[in-house]
Design a protein around this ligand. Structure first.
Ligand code: CP
Length: 292
């Protein structure tokens, strides 16, 4: 996200809205066999991987799916050498998800391959950020002045990594809530108590506890976490009538959000997933047609 200006973000969202309105591109961008793209996922994914793949197929890409477990990464090949191999066989774009942090930008600089970040450690998850902005825009038709709280494990969340840049840039009034050990520190996000801020919010976004990214073993009582930081039915009742409830997924029912609220009136969680396809089509359009 940090490579994008507010104008760039608005342009990508405008394109995503055009794809929504037209139910995709008017004609596929490419002829069969013309343009190869590889989904290069070294960490598990359901939403990001499949919505990128649907977006790619709808745009006319030839899709290659890389699996770390069956690739030569298992024989010690480096990330750079694996991506260079894709470049060498004629692939022009790779959508990459990986655990390591702060290496993707440098590798991208060294390759003649478009790299799309599909989630880099705790650093960034830009396509999630863009689909979230698209989903918020659909409800409010603006960003400036909207009050948003991100609740939970902001410290270990790459979704927060992207939002921490984009939300202040787009004019949101930003808050974070959660246990001290999981809270990020960011000058543009006020740390607040969930129950104090909840009635004032336009948007409340819950995050998964990123168990796999905690350095020390996590001794967490999930029932206690839910009581203190989860969206219970009591907390749901104090939300404003027009407020929306978001979660990037995967969610843990009855830990971050009460199971019966996942598809409640204020929840746009599955709309976020549907928008993922259109936001990712717009990202692919941006990368391939403009090669920024
Ligand atoms: N939100 C998200 O990144 O989900 P996946 O890990 O399933 O892609």
């Amino acid at each position: 996200m940090q490579q994008l200006t507010a104008t760039d973000i608005e342009g990508i969202l405008q394109k995503a809205n055009l794809f929504i309105k037209n139910k995709g591109p008017r004609v596929p961008f490419f002829l069969p066999g013309q343009e190869f793209i590889c989904n290069f996922f070294l960490e598990p994914s359901t939403r990001t991987k499949f919505s990128f793949e649907v977006a790619q197929r709808r745009l006319g890409f030839e899709v290659l799916n890389f699996s770390g477990a069956t690739s030569s990464i298992t024989k010690g090949e480096t990330l750079y050498d694996s991506l260079k191999t894709l470049e060498s066989v004629g692939c022009r774009t790779a959508v990459v998800r990986l655990k390591q942090e702060n290496i993707l930008a440098d590798i991208a600089e060294s390759l003649d391959l478009n790299i799309i970040n599909a989630g880099e450690g705790t650093v960034e998850h830009p396509s999630q950020c863009l689909l979230d902005l698209l989903s918020i825009q659909q409800r409010f038709s603006k960003f400036e002045g909207l009050k948003i709280a991100i609740v939970g494990d902001t410290r270990h969340s790459r979704v927060f990594g992207s939002h921490s840049y984009a939300l202040p840039l787009m004019g949101f009034d930003c808050y974070i809530c959660g246990p001290e050990s999981m809270q990020a520190e960011h000058p543009k996000f006020k740390q607040v108590k969930l129950d104090e801020i909840l009635p004032d919010l336009d948007i409340v976004m819950f995050l998964r506890i990123q168990k796999e990214r905690h350095l020390n073993s996590l001794n967490i009582d999930e029932q206690e976490y839910f009581r203190s930081y989860g969206l219970t039915t009591e907390r749901y009742k104090v939300l404003k009538e027009r407020a929306i409830l978001m979660h990037p997924g995967p969610f843990q029912r009855d830990v971050e959000i009460a199971s019966e609220l996942i598809e409640s009136d204020k929840s746009i969680i599955f709309q976020q997933k549907a928008n993922g396809v259109f936001a990712r089509m717009a990202i692919l359009d941006w990368i391939v047609n403009y090669e920024n």
